[in-house]
Write a protein that binds this ligand. Structure first.
Ligand SMILES: CC(C)(COP(=O)(O)OP(=O)(O)OC[C@H]1O[C@@H](n2cnc3c(N)ncnc32)[C@H](O)[C@@H]1OP(=O)(O)O)[C@@H](O)C(=O)NCCC(=O)NCCS
Length: 146
């Protein structure tokens, strides 16, 4: 029997983990989805809080929170292909809520890829407005009040 150890979800720690989460984003957004590197690296990483899902030192998932007043801009949610549909993104969204509440934020906003809308709806987000194209991919704006 194969025993799969649990993963933890928390803020990223240290230079190596930061490099690893950027590598995962590159693999998912640039290699898998074809987003140009210069759009993936939008210059907002240094001002953001990065969350990771880690198992035995391997970054399986990540997302970013950028605080603007009492609003949190949520983005860069990516889960390693081999680890999908096991609730990792959902757990990252829960931790994003916890981190946002701890910082006294009132709402989270994001641009969801349309195909993944259900993920965010299940986490309590609602859609605002019509779909639009960003980085060559159809998105929709969503938000959640805390
Ligand atoms: C989207 C993504 C982050 C989801 O990560 P995940 O860990 O597999 O998501 P979860 O296991 O928490 O999924 C929870 C629910 O969200 C929905 N969902 C997740 N992936 C989905 C998909 N590819 N298509 C449709 N619904 C999906 C489902 O309702 C799912 O529940 P179910 O597995 O019981 O059907 C992952 O597929 C990914 O990294 N994709 C590439 C990058 C990307 O598109 N990022 C999102 C940008 S908005």
């Amino acid at each position: 029997m194969t025993v799969v150890s649990p993963y933890e979800v928390r803020r990223a720690r240290g230079d190596q983990e930061y490099a690893d989460l950027l590598d995962l984003r590159y693999e998912v957004f640039c290699v898998e989805q074809g987003v140009p590197r210069h759009e993936e690296l939008d210059g907002r990483d240094h001002g953001g809080v990065h969350l990771v899902a880690v198992r035995e030192g391997e970054v399986l998932g990540t997302c970013r929170l950028v605080f603007v007043g009492t609003t949190v801009q949520f983005s860069r949610l990516a889960v390693r292909k081999s680890a999908r549909r096991r609730g990792i993104a959902t757990t990252l969204l829960e931790e994003a809520d916890a981190q946002s509440r701890a910082a006294d934020a009132r709402r989270l906003v994001l641009h969801a890829q349309t195909y993944a809308r259900e993920l965010y709806e299940r986490a309590g987000y609602r859609t605002r407005g019509r779909p639009f194209v960003e980085a060559g991919i159809e998105h929709v704006a969503m938000e959640k009040t805390l």
